[in-house]
Design a protein around this ligand. Structure first.
Ligand code: RP5
Length: 163
């Protein structure tokens, strides 16, 4: 199956957060790959991965990093493929540093920044599928089914004291 989304992260320590992006993509039937690509520990690998992304057929890259989180911006600077950035919680500043590092891109190179942590990773997977859904009706329908199921769960259990 053609890999359509690259889920990359700066460290294995980011995986407990970034696995939520993969879970969402798998739920929606979107093939993805996972890689550790560090902006400061493996800068050459970053250039290689980003430089080959478009020709390899990747349609979206999800990049998660924590602290001085330059991975999403650096990857975005080297590829026309849309990059979604996930700020990972840091020990020192709870991810506020990661969020500001990723979201405050100077005008001219775009990174779509999601929320800190699990919610951001989950929504990065969802948003990647929605982007692909603009030109793939089967993925768009999977997103619509997911939303309908989500709504139905609330309708089925509207009383918080009953759960
Ligand atoms: C960043 O530094 C990674 O994205 C990670 O969030 C953070 C800490 O990395 P480790 O020291 O846990 O490998 O590059």
């Amino acid at each position: 199956m053609q890999v359509r989304v690259g889920v990359i992260m700066g460290s294995t320590s980011d995986w407990p957060v970034m696995e939520h992006a993969v879970n969402m993509l798998e739920q929606l039937g979107v093939a993805c790959e996972t890689r550790i690509v560090s902006a400061h520990r493996t800068p050459e690998l970053l250039f290689e991965y980003a430089g080959q992304a478009a020709e390899r057929g990747l349609e979206v890259i999800i990049a998660g990093a924590g602290g001085a989180a330059h991975l999403p911006g650096m990857v975005a600077s080297r590829t026309p493929v849309p990059v979604l950035g996930v700020p990972v919680e840091s020990k020192a500043l709870n991810g506020l540093d990661s969020l500001l590092s990723i979201v405050q891109m100077p005008g001219g190179v775009a990174v779509g920044t999601l929320a800190i942590g699990k919610a951001g990773a989950t929504n990065a997977g969802l948003l990647a599928a929605q982007i692909i859904g603009t030109h793939d009706s089967s993925v768009r329908e999977a997103v619509e089914r997911f939303r309908a199921e989500q709504s139905q769960k609330v309708m089925d259990q509207p009383d918080p004291r009953a759960s």
